[in-house]
Design a binder for this molecule. Structure first.
Ligand code: TA6
Length: 291
């Protein structure tokens, strides 16, 4: 399988190999960037521009087994976010991150960016995911509703990006000062805009609504700022589990909470999406190191 995959899709700077847990991954190593993406969940597990420290965080205790989500990198949440509203027995964040996607194409673009395109089908939804590994990381999830569908379809999507930070207590996130948010740590209350950058001092789990803003994560501990730009996304989720929740997650080291912050590019809650048969929607997140 690997040999055939490399025959069909490998190219200079991109090859397929057996990764953690025996899962198949594409490894990218070019003059612009290094990266990894697992076929399971079409899960971007690593990315850094050449010369830069890792930008994505990955738990040292992550599962790497079929049907289980990888902890870190960029999980794809689809067709719902968080627990399933109708059926608590369904997997959190939907199926997209639990199944193996198919490689559709790989390309080296004129500017040296290496692109991989994967696809899968979930019910009446056809998903394609294009990831560009370059001096910036660009991820586009395209959702299309089959023309065979007899009714319109509603879904939530999220590119659930885990960013690596020096210490989350010395991080600020700018860009959401003017957005109202659902505070999942306080009874899911809807709170008004805070008017100031986000600072982490405890478990933080917020869904910012009706916002198209870029975010900038300022990490004063290593003098690095990371920009998270987006298109086709009306909500942004900010998450850090802090101490107690980290201890309750078997695939999350007890002390790892301080080294990560999630800035998630989403369409969730009141910003969920409705498509008619044959319609499509694309959600794009672009991650760049700005200093
Ligand atoms: O993105 C925030 C969140 O919805 C949190 O509530 C937390 O559950 C996190 O996602 C991780 O979810 P997971 O199912 O990957 O453990």
């Amino acid at each position: 399988m690997l040999r055939e995959m490399n025959q069909n899709f490998a190219r200079p700077g991109l090859s397929f190999e057996t990764g953690n847990g025996g899962l198949t991954r594409a490894v990218i190593s070019t003059p612009l960037a290094n990266g990894e993406i697992y076929l399971q969940g079409a899960h971007v597990a690593a990315w850094n521009p050449v010369g830069e420290e890792p930008v994505l965080w990955l738990s040292k205790q992550s599962h790497f087994s079929p049907g289980k989500p990888i902890r870190g990198g960029v999980p794809i949440c689809f067709p719902w976010f968080g627990p399933n509203a109708e059926d608590a027995t369904q997997p959190a964040h939907g199926f997209a991150r639990l199944i193996e996607w198919q490689v559709i194409a790989t390309r080296t673009k004129a500017d040296g960016i290496t692109e991989i395109e994967l696809g899968t089908t979930i019910g009446t939804f056809k998903l394609t995911y294009g990831v560009e590994f370059g001096s910036v990381l660009k991820m586009t999830l395209r959702t299309e509703v089959s023309t065979q569908s007899t009714e319109d379809q509603v879904f939530e999507d999220a590119l659930h990006t885990y960013l690596a930070v020096s210490d989350v207590r010395s991080v600020l996130i700018k860009g959401l000062e003017a957005a109202s948010y659902i505070d999942k740590v306080d009874q899911a209350l809807l709170r008004p805009p805070s008017g100031s950058p986000i600072h982490f001092s405890g478990e933080t789990d917020r869904i910012y609504l009706e916002t198209i803003s870029d975010c900038v994560l300022v990490d004063s501990g290593i003098q690095r700022s990371i920009r998270i730009s987006k298109s086709g996304s009306m909500s942004t989720v900010i998450w850090n589990p802090w101490i107690e929740k980290s201890k309750r997650m078997p695939d999350f080291g007890d002390d790892e909470w301080a080294q990560m912050a999630c800035v998630e590019t989403t369409n969730v809650a009141g910003n969920r999406i409705k498509l008619l048969p044959g319609e499509s929607h694309s959600t794009t997140a672009t991650i760049s190191v700005v200093t």
